[in-house]
Write a protein that binds this ligand. Structure first.
Ligand code: ZN
Length: 359
């Protein structure tokens, strides 16, 4: 029962935190001159808020992704104001999920001249699938049900598998509740700001001496993923094409087979600094390679099963991801749950969709 609710939340692939008066839950990490990552400090959970990045140029600022709620975006904007008085000229949204776009209105209000850049698919999804997901998230069996279930678990000290909770699980459930409560408090009245500039393939911005490439590497986490690359600094800002420590996959929005190929293209760019959509700054490509192997394996195993004529439920039994689960989740109970909920279930279903829906 609870699992079903949690799986429902998977579809939203959104989330946040930080109650009024509470310390903002991000850490500002300087990765190059004028480039700062806002790395969320909530534990990786069943729901999440997303990282943002500030790129401070000669005359202006570019913001990549704007977090899950206007309030968390305002906290990050306050940190930017301490770094520079330059105006935000562009906001780039790496894809259409709420945890990357719901702070857009804060930047539109503060900087009325700013343009919003995203993939053309993101502009199409925001008022359609994005709106439906938001409505589902706010419905009784969305975040409100999720919050009630997590509170009950904490009260009873039982995780949703029925086992006694450990300290990491308690901390994570409490953080998830705060994220979901903040979503419910702030987002019903929040405005969705659509992209004013879209791209299909690539777009390059030149701001002073800085070169900023915006690239579509193919479908992966969604069909409208873009990556922001600073070629001179060797930095890539990946959105949810890279999520640490466990990737979050959605059905039917993700495309595991193509996701692996997009990651190969990302690796070929030879970045020195990788700022993922969620999780810590990465300094080498070993995690990208692990993710690429995972999705290649999902695609290969699912394709083989489909070729044998298996139906989805049979495919679920025949695909084996235990070795990957160990590598991503280790001994952590909560990370193993995240892997089961966000990878095994949706990745197999999404790969099955792709394998059986080709013309
Ligand atoms: Zn996402």
């Amino acid at each position: 029962m609870l699992l079903a609710r949690l799986c429902l939340v998977v579809l939203f692939l959104s989330s946040p935190l930080a109650v009024l008066g509470q310390t903002p839950k991000f850490e500002l990490v300087k990765v190059a001159e004028g480039v700062y990552a806002c790395i969320r400090t909530e534990p990786p959970g069943l729901t999440v808020n997303a990282n943002s990045v500030f790129i401070i140029n000669r005359d202006d600022v570019i913001v990549v992704d704007t977090t899950l709620t206007p309030g968390t975006a305002r906290e990050e904007l306050a940190a930017l104001r301490k770094l520079t008085g330059k105006p935000v000229r562009y906001v780039i949204n790496t894809h259409w999920h709420d945890d990357h776009i719901m702070g857009n209105e804060v930047y539109r209000t503060a900087f009325p001249g700013a343009d919003f850049i995203a993939h053309a698919q993101t502009r199409e999804y925001l008022p359609t699938t994005g709106l439906r997901n938001r409505q589902q998230a706010m419905a009784a069996d969305g975040y409100p049900g999720f919050i009630a279930a997590l509170k009950k678990s904490l009260e009873e000290n039982r995780n949703f598998s029925g086992a006694q909770m450990d300290e990491e699980e308690r901390r994570t459930y409490a953080s998830d509740i705060r994220i979901a409560e903040r979503y419910m408090r702030e987002n019903p009245t929040a405005q969705v700001v659509l992209p004013t500039i879209t791209l299909e393939d690539h777009l390059t911005l030149y701001r002073g001496d800085r070169v900023i490439e915006i690239l579509s590497l193919g479908r992966g986490h969604t069909s409208g993923d873009i990556v922001v690359r600073l070629p001179q600094e060797g930095i890539v800002i990946t959105g949810d094409l890279v999520i640490w420590p466990v990737p979050y996959v959605g059905t039917p929005q993700s495309h595991p087979g193509e996701w692996g190929l997009a990651l190969e293209k990302l690796i070929a760019l030879k970045p020195n600094v990788i700022i993922p959509g969620h999780g810590q700054v990465l300094r080498d490509d070993s995690y990208l390679k692990l993710m690429a192997r995972l999705f290649a394996s999902v695609k290969e195993q699912v394709s083989a099963a489909v070729a044998r004529g298996e139906k989805l439920e049979e495919v679920r039994r025949s695909v084996k991801l235990d070795e990957f689960q160990k590598q991503f989740a280790g001994d952590s109970h909560i990370r193993n749950d995240i892997f089961r909920i966000y990878v095994i279930g949706p990745a197999i279903a999404a790969a099955f969709n792709d394998a059986t829906s080709k013309p």
